[in-house]
Design a protein around this ligand. Structure first.
Ligand SMILES: Cc1cc2nc3c(=O)[nH]c(=O)nc-3n(C[C@H](O)[C@H](O)[C@H](O)COP(=O)(O)O)c2cc1C
Length: 369
């Protein structure tokens, strides 16, 4: 194994290596996985959306209360399990309880907030509003897919009476990442202009020319040490990885969900999500049936999104939060199995006897297995 990977500075935070866990919501990246990544020298991100689905949700009030209490519990547990390590949360702008989740993150000492699925233009306002004396404010990390989106954020955040800069940008490519993808036009997926190789050098140059010292973190399709080194070479200071950790022991999903990925023979496809963005997922029975126009009533609406393409009777014929929760619990043909373009490589780790996130981190960093 070659030399040691560099550390990654994000605002006032410093890690041993440049690996950031990609937040995966509705209970996939919870405290156990986040702490394992932080304990192995990276940044451990809790997927902060829809966490309450792990409890029994009957209505909207239940959902929001459960989200709040589980998010608080997961942040506190991860900080404890990592000895106050680099633990943060991933929050989706499009979630109805976005502002409240930011409050919970700030009040419970999350070290950073990664935020996408929409431009997080109000994030600094929320964070300052909920400042708690004695607790440092979390570092703010927007997720974008283009230089233009990064510029809009810098401009808006810089116009505040108390200007604030992003502590880092995650550049996520719709060409390879899992989950919701940051393009409105499905036809843009796969275009070279959205590749990491195209966007990262341009963003790094733009930031440098404007005098901003903001690290760029590459996300989408990063699997092994060679991929990490490639991203560092083109100007990224860190990498955000998610799919590689989906079937680890520490991932919060059921074994049936993990087995579905490990034994998958279906194609990885682009779906239209009710969020209003495309997503990358396994083409299971559910996807095939929704593609044919079938509508599914998966349970009462909890109002999880600000604008929902299912409730408004367009975009998709199912409730996204219940479709994700179903598969995470193990009902794998009755919901959406988000995954990245490298999903079919998960079986390589199984064959190699790699079962824990710590093993993957040690393989990536060259630390002893
Ligand atoms: C199952 C799954 C769920 C995801 N959920 C979220 C999420 O809730 N919020 C988010 O910003 N990104 C989400 N992502 C994107 C990841 O955080 C990450 O940026 C991306 O998948 C990186 O590409 P990779 O999976 O090829 O490593 C999700 C990805 C997957 C595979």
């Amino acid at each position: 194994m070659s030399e040691k990977l560099p550390s990654l500075r994000i605002g006032n935070l410093e890690s041993d290596n440049p690996i950031v866990l990609g937040g995966m919501s509705s209970g996939l990246t919870k405290s156990e996985l986040a702490a394992e990544i932080a304990n192995n020298g990276g940044y451990g991100t809790i997927g902060g959306v829809g966490l309450g689905m792990s409890l029994d949700i009957r209505n909207r009030d239940d959902y929001f209360q459960a989200n709040e209490s589980v998010l608080k519990y997961e942040i506190q547990s991860a900080l404890e399990a990592s000895n106050n390590g680099n633990i943060g949360v991933n929050l989706m702008v499009a979630a109805t309880d976005y502002e409240n989740s930011v409050r919970v993150a700030v009040e419970n000492g999350a070290k950073f907030i990664v935020s996408g699925a929409g431009l997080p233009l109000s994030l600094p306002d929320y964070v300052e509003k909920y400042r708690v004396s004695g607790i440092p404010l979390p570092e703010l990390i927007p997720i974008v897919s283009s230089v233009r989106a990064a510029e809009i954020i810098i401009k808006k955040w810089g116009k505040r009476p108390n200007p604030i800069l992003p502590a880092a940008f995650v550049i996520e490519t719709p060409n390879a990442a899992g989950g919701h993808l940051g393009v409105t036009n499905i036809d843009d997926i796969g275009k070279d202009e959205f590749s990491l190789e195209s966007v990262i050098p341009k963003l790094v140059e733009t930031l440098e020319n404007s005098g901003y010292d903001i690290p760029v973190i590459a996300a989408g399709g990063i699997w092994d040490r060679g991929d990490v080194e490639k991203m560092l070479k083109i100007g990224a200071k860190g990498v955000q990885m998610a799919t590689r950790f989906l079937t680890t022991n520490e991932c919060g999903a059921s074994q049936a969900f993990k087995d579905r990925h490990l034994h998958n023979t279906d194609p990885i496809v682009i779906i239209k999500s009710p969020v209003g963005m495309p997503g990358r997922a396994i083409e299971n029975d559910f996807v095939r049936r929704t593609n044919l126009g079938e509508r599914f009533n998966l349970g009462p609406c909890v109002g999880c999104l600000r604008g929902c393409g299912y409730r408004e009777n367009k975009l998709a014929g199912y409730c996204i939060i219940r479709a994700l929760d179903n598969v995470h619990r193990g009902d794998v043909e009755n919901g959406i199995l988000f995954t990245g373009s490298n999903s079919n490589r998960l079986k390589e780790d199984e064959a190699a006897g790699i079962a824990s996130a710590g093993q993957i981190m040690r393989e990536l960093t060259g630390a002893k297995l």
